[in-house]
Design a protein around this ligand. Structure first.
Ligand code: DC
Length: 213
C-alpha cells in the first residue's frame, strides 16, 4: 500500500507524512532529503549547483546513510535542492531508490512534489497538501522565531520567508522535469484553516475512505 503526499514548501506535508506513517505503521520517506543531499554533495565537491554532469554524478552515488545530516534542514538547503531538482538526470538517478522504498511491505508513505505524478503514479492514496503562500510563510516564520537563539544572526523577516516560499513554488512548479503538480486522481487537502491535528484527522479520513475502511 503506497500513500503519496505531495505539496509545496512549508505546506506541512512532512509533518503529516510522519504522523500518517506512525498511525498506519508504515515507513516514511521524505524525498526532499534526497535532493537536499545531492545539493550538499555538489557544493561540497566545489561544483555549481546547476552543473548537470556534477549533479547527476552526485545523485548516482548518493548515500542514504547521510540523510540525517542536520545541515540538510532549513531554507537554504531547500533552495539549493530546488536548483538540482530541475535537472532531469538527477531526478532519473533518484527514481529507483524512491520506487524501491515505495514497494516496502506492508506499505510506505512518501512525501515530495512528484510522488503521485511520476514516482508512484499507481499509489493507492494520493494527497496534495497545500495552504496559501501567506499562511505557509507565517507558519515557517513563527517556527524560525521559536528556534532563534541568543547570539545567532537575526532570523529572517516574514517578508523574506514569504519571498523565499513564492520563488521556490515558482521554481518547483515551473520546471519541465516532473514539476510540482497535483495528480489528476489526488485528493486536495487545503490546510490554510486547519491546525496540524485537524489536518491529520482529515488526511486519515481521506485515506480510510480511499482504502475502504
Ligand atoms: O520538500 P523539501 O522542501 O525538503 O524539498 C526541497 C526541494 O527538493 C524542493 O523545493 C524541490 C525538490 N524536490 C523535488 O523536486 N521533488 C521531490 N519529490 C521532493 C523535493
Amino acid at each position: 500500500m503506497i500513500i503519496a503526499i505531495d505539496g509545496p514548501a512549508a505546506s506541512g506535508k512532512g509533518t503529516l507524512a510522519k504522523r500518517i506513517g506512525a498511525h498506519f505503521g508504515f515507513p516514511v520517506l521524505d524525498t526532499g532529503l534526497l535532493y537536499r543531499a545531492v545539493a550538499r554533495d555538489v557544493a561540497a565537491a566545489g561544483q555549481p549547483l546547476d552543473d548537470v554532469r556534477a549533479a547527476a554524478e552526485q545523485a548516482k552515488r548518493l548515500d542514504p546513510a547521510s540523510f540525517d545530516d542536520p545541515s540538510l534542514r532549513g531554507g537554504e538547503a531547500g533552495d539549493a535542492a530546488s536548483i538540482v531538482a530541475r535537472i532531469p538526470e538527477v531526478r532519473a538517478a533518484l527514481l529507483d531508490y524512491q520506487r524501491e522504498f515505495a514497494r516496502r511491505a506492508p506499505g510506505a508513505v512518501l512525501d515530495g512534489r512528484d510522488i503521485g505524478t511520476v514516482v508512484c503514479p499507481h499509489a493507492n492514496v494520493k494527497i496534495y497538501v497545500t495552504a496559501t503562500p501567506e499562511i505557509r510563510a507565517k507558519r515557517r516564520y513563527l517556527e524560525l522565531q521559536t528556534r532563534w537563539l541568543e547570539g545567532a544572526p537575526p532570523a529572517p523577516t516574514y517578508e523574506d520567508v514569504l519571498a523565499d516560499i513564492v520563488s521556490r513554488d515558482e521554481r518547483d512548479a515551473g520546471r519541465t522535469a516532473a514539476p510540482m503538480k497535483m495528480a489528476a486522481d489526488a485528493d486536495l487537502l487545503d490546510t490554510s484553516d486547519l491546525d496540524i491535528e485537524a489536518a491529520f484527522d482529515a488526511a486519515v479520513g481521506l485515506i480510510k475512505r480511499k482504502i475502504g475502511q
